[in-house]
Write a protein that binds this ligand. Structure first.
Ligand code: ZN
Length: 173
């Protein structure tokens, strides 16, 4: 545990990762603050982003990850790539998300064939990338496994959550 925390410290110094994770805070307002960005590894471009919109939409499936996936598939270029290359496209896509993907999102990411997931804080209730279930690496499930690492900017992620829950972040801006 302390070893993984130490390596999380080291990762915090990676400026690319840091920039991407910091960009998420702005995306988590008025909802349980989960934000994500999808990066296309060959170009380093952010091709999708999302935040949790379950309250706004009254739809419990509108998790940040699904918002980001929809954004990618709404983009002509990436939709064509995703259709033509299927798994090869998604293998080149990296997800950064403030909170560990839940079991639903973890399964969707697996079905797409996502290349890599980095998350901030673990999700002790619904986590699908190690906290509760190991959807990302269970070899007995269909579709391919994917690497997922937690502890990225865990402190920042927890701070955002804490702000949200104490109501400091309710002005919608
Ligand atoms: Zn989810």
């Amino acid at each position: 545990m302390s070893q993984s925390e130490a390596s999380a410290q080291n990762r915090d110094e990676d400026t690319d990762h840091h920039r991407r994770m910091r960009a998420l805070e702005a995306h988590s307002v008025g909802e349980v603050p989960v934000g994500c960005v999808f990066v296309y590894a060959p170009t380093g471009e952010i091709i999708g982003r999302g935040r949790n919109r379950t309250n706004e939409t009254l739809n419990g499936t509108r998790h940040a990850e699904f918002e980001g996936i929809d954004m990618i598939l709404a983009h002509d270029k990436y939709r064509v790539l995703a259709q033509d290359l299927a798994n090869a496209f998604w293998k080149d896509v990296i997800l950064y998300v403030t909170i560990e993907p839940c079991v639903m999102c973890a399964s969707a990411l697996r079905q797409l064939g996502i290349g890599q997931v980095y998350f901030g804080a673990g999700n002790d209730r619904f986590g699908g990338n190690g906290s509760v279930f190991n959807i990302h690496k269970d070899v007995n499930l269909p579709h391919t496994t994917y690497p997922s690492e937690g502890g990225y900017f865990r402190n920042e992620a927890i701070m955002v959550l804490r702000k949200f829950y104490v109501g400091e972040n309710t002005n919608g801006k």
